[in-house]
Design a protein around this ligand. Structure first.
Ligand code: GLU
Length: 230
């Protein structure tokens, strides 16, 4: 069990991500991490141990993006090390994950054949490279759907993209994911408790659905790519 958070805002998201991660620590405290978009690039910071340690990293090297994702980990695949801490990022995307990708070994072999070099021992990093690979030839929605189709197992995901730098994407199958609406910012999180200090306007993503957050809008799609009204 891990905890994930994602925020799209019109101001720096780091303080609220840290605050929410502290509320999610009951779900995992092997490591903590955050990724935001800073000056058009993905800025990833992570460490072993609790969110306090991540705060120390951010104190020395602040991260002031207007959208971002965060994670506290309870390891299932790979040791509780810094390299295995989430987010898992490429140049193009950054991913936080709660769940287990059962076919990660097969997917990893295919991606390695294509030249992708894995840094971690996690099952999650395959998601990062699948998204990166599909992005080369497909638009955002097709990239997400084609990636999710490849995955067996359970997941709640928070994803940010270098190319689509005003959105946070959420998706779930088997693992929980809540969506919150705030003042000129929107949130996703593993539970409503993580979002409560920011908003009490909360809904839940249905199994198999995808959501796309900007700072002033949340859109929902089902697995057949059909837009859902909530
Ligand atoms: N399987 C992922 C990992 O080990 C996520 C862990 C979880 O959700 O418990 O990093």
């Amino acid at each position: 069990m891990c905890g994930i958070i994602g925020i799209a805002s019109n101001k720096s998201v780091t303080p609220n991500i840290i605050q929410s991660l502290k509320k999610l620590e009951y779900r995992g405290y092997d490591s903590a991490g955050i990724a935001t978009i800073v000056n058009g690039d993905i800025d990833e910071k992570k460490c072993t141990g609790r969110v306090d340690n991540l705060e120390k990293v951010l104190f020395k090297s602040p991260s002031n993006g207007y959208l971002g994702i965060g994670h506290v980990r309870w390891a299932t695949h790979g040791a509780a090390s810094q390299i295995n801490a989430h987010p898992h990022s490429s140049e193009e995307v950054s991913v936080v994950h709660n769940g287990i990708i059962e076919n990660s070994n097969e997917l990893k072999k295919d991606l390695e054949k294509k030249g992708y070099k894995f840094k971690s021992q996690t099952d999650t990093e395959v998601i990062t490279f699948l998204l990166t690979d599909f992005l080369k030839n497909f638009n955002l929605i097709d990239t997400i759907n084609k990636t999710l189709e490849k995955l067996n197992g359970s997941f709640a995901l928070g994803i940010i993209f270098k190319k689509y730098n005003n959105i946070v994407v959420g998706a779930r199958r088997g693992s929980p994911l809540a969506v919150g609406y705030g003042p000129e910012e929107n949130y996703l999180g593993s539970d409503s408790y993580a979002l409560k200090s920011m908003t009490n306007k909360i809904t839940y993503l249905e199994d198999g659905d995808v959501c796309i957050l900007t700072n002033n809008k949340v859109e929902f799609f089902n697995s057949k790519n059909k837009k859902i009204n909530k």
